[in-house]
Design a binder for this molecule. Structure first.
Ligand code: DC
Length: 209
């Protein structure tokens, strides 16, 4: 069974994907890490992130063993990833790895922006996880403040808004809810309530299909 989870930054989709994978005993692929790693490798090679050829080259050479790099989770890495993610040649270079991961038995959970629309249009269940922009920014602010980082809520709000616009506005594989996806709005839900809601939606969808 393939479970596709898409949605904007800080919607809770990553946490949900991991918890859903744990529940079903499936591996989970955070596909955002692939784009984060491409941006890292492109920058480390001394190239501008707007250089499509350099970013595509980094994507073609990506070593999946480097996805555990904690630097990929730092604030700023997501925004850089969003820049290289707009290039069709970068996306094409990462497609096969994601599809191979999805199709290994017994199943998989993948989260990203285009899993239900492009990577796995054949997924058994598709969730589109979202939350109000202000609530997503507040969550990020609280996470970063709890780590002792000097952050501004307004700045985080601006960065997330810009990232949403870039990810949803690019012509190739934009962030978009698949026509057959189920919508889960986590704005008013605790993590546990969101996990329960997601599992209930998936269980019901699998029974119908
Ligand atoms: O999920 P994330 O915040 O780690 O993703 C970082 C960026 O990578 C995101 O802003 C856009 C890009 N991305 C993408 O274009 N397609 C995906 N399937 C996953 C991420």
């Amino acid at each position: 069974m393939i479970i596709a989870i898409d949605g904007p930054a800080a919607s809770g989709k990553g946490t949900l994907a991991k918890r859903i994978a744990l529940h079903f005993g499936y591996p989970c692929l955070d596909t955002g890490l692939l784009y984060r790693a491409v941006a890292r490798d492109c920058a480390n090679a001394g190239h501008d992130l707007e250089d499509e050829a350099a970013a595509a080259n980094a994507a073609g050479r990506l070593n999946p063993a480097t996805l555990a790099d904690p630097g990929l989770r730092l604030p700023g890495a997501g925004d850089k990833a969003s820049i290289v993610a707009k290039f069709p040649r970068v996306r094409a270079a990462l497609l096969e790895f994601q599809r191979d991961f999805a199709h290994l038995p017994p199943g998989a959970v993948l989260d990203g922006r285009d899993i239900g629309t492009v990577v796995c249009p054949d997924a058994d269940v598709k969730l589109f996880v979202t939350a109000d922009l202000a609530i997503r920014a507040r969550r990020r602010f609280e996470e970063q403040a709890a780590r002792g980082e000097a952050v501004s809520y307004e700045r985080i709000l601006d960065v997330i808004r810009g990232r949403d616009e870039r990810d949803a506005g690019r012509p190739d594989a934009p962030m978009k809810m698949a026509a057959d996806a189920l919508l889960l709005d986590t704005s008013t839900l605790s993590v546990e309530a969101a996990v329960d809601a997601a599992l209930a939606m998936i269980t019901a969808a699998v029974k119908i299909n």
